[in-house]
Design a protein around this ligand. Sequence first.
Ligand SMILES: Nc1ncnc2c1ncn2[C@@H]1O[C@H](COP(=O)(O)OP(=O)(O)OP(=O)(O)O)[C@@H](O)[C@H]1O
Ligand code: SF4
Ligand SMILES: [Mg+2]
Length: 361
Amino acid sequence: MIKLNNIEATYTTVRGKVKAVEGVNLEIPDSIILGIAGESGCGKSTLMKVIYGDTGFPLSLSNGSVDYGFENEKMQPVTNQNIQSEWFRNISYIPQSSMSSLNPVVRIRDQFTDFPATSGRKRETLEKVREFVQMLGLPPESIDSYPHQLSGGMQQRIMVALATFLHPSIILADEPTTALDVVVQKDILILLMRLQRMMKNTIIFVSHDMGVHYQVTHKMMIMYAAKAVEYANTNDIFSNPLHPYTLMLTSSLPTIGDERARTGLPGRPPSLWDPPKGCRFAMRCPLATPLCHETEPELLQHQPGRFSACHRVDAVPALAAKMHHGPKLSEFAKDRELIAKVGSALKADATEGAAIREELE
Ligand SMILES: Nc1ncnc2c1ncn2[C@@H]1O[C@H](COP(=O)(O)OP(=O)(O)OP(=O)(O)O)[C@@H](O)[C@H]1O
Ligand code: SF4
Ligand SMILES: [Mg+2]
C-alpha cells in the first residue's frame, strides 16, 4: 500500500512560493489502477512528481512524506527519501507530454540501458527489450531507431515499454494518451490495462477524460485547487458522488442519446496564489452556505471507503436528482467519437477490467 501523508508541494518562483498540492492524505491499495482527475492546474502532475520522488528545484516537498509499502535491497523501508534508487526497477513514470521526454539524439536502445538498474548488463538487457517491445506490438528493430524516426503512437509505446519492462510495482502515467489520435489512445490504454493485469502492479493514472477514467480505473481521487476533495471506488464516483465538484465534473460530460446542450462547469478554480478561506469550491458550489465560506472541510470517510471534503455531503444526492444526473454509467464518455471508436473497442478489455475489479473487491 502506498501512503501519502499530508503532502504539501511548493514551487519557488520569482514571484514567491505557491503551494500546488496541499494536505493530501491517501492510502492506495496495491495492484489497482487509481485515477486522478480535476481541472487544469489543480496539482495532478505535481502530485505525480512527488510520488515519483522527482522534487528538484523549483518544486519541493515542503511538508509530509510518502511510504511505498515495500523495502529496498538493504531491507530499509522505501520512502520519499530513498525512492530515487528504485526508479525504473520498482517505480516508473510516464510523464505528461512524454513523447518529448525521449532523448532525440540517443537511439532508443541506448535509452533502455541508460539507467543504473540495467547499465551493467547491456547485451542481455537489449535482448529482453527486443522481446518486450515485440510483445507490446512494436517491431523489435524499432529500438535501433532515433525517436523522430517513429510515429507518435510508436514513441508512446516506447515510453510505456521503458516504464514497464523491469516490471516495477508502481507505474505513474500522467495523461499517457493525450495528443494521440483516438485509435492509438485506445491501443495504449488497452496495453496499460493488460500490463497491469499481467504484472499486478499499481498504476496511478492522470487524465482529463472522465470517460477513460470510468473504463480504466478502480478507484479515483478528485482534486480541486491543490486539495483532494473526493476519494472512492470509480463506480461510486460516477453513480453516487459525495462531493458537488465530482457531481459537476461527471455531469458536464455528454451522454449518448441525450441531445440537451451541456453547459460544462461554470466559473474557474481560485488562484493558488491567493486561495480563499473556507472551502475552495464555495464560489462555484450550488450548495454553499456561510459555513462553507468560513471553515475549510476536511477529507473525511462518510461511508466505508468513501471520502469527501464537504460540509454538506447529505445534500449531494438531492442536487444530483435536480441536475438529472447520471442516466447510465456506461454512457459516460468525453465525446461520441470516443465512445464509438474507443468505448466499443475497449469493451473486451472493459470486461477484463471488470474481472480485475471483481477480483479486487
Ligand atoms: N515549474 C513550475 N513553476 C511554478 N509553478 C508551477 C510549475 N509547474 C506547475 N506550477 C503551478 O502549480 C499548479 C499545479 O500544476 P500542475 O502541473 O500540477 O497541474 P495539473 O493538474 O497537472 O494541470 P494540467 O491538467 O494542466 O496538466 C498550477 O497552478 C501551476 O501553475
Ligand atoms: S463544503 Fe460547502 S461549498 Fe464546499 S463543496 Fe461542500 S457544500 Fe459546496
Ligand atoms: Mg498535468
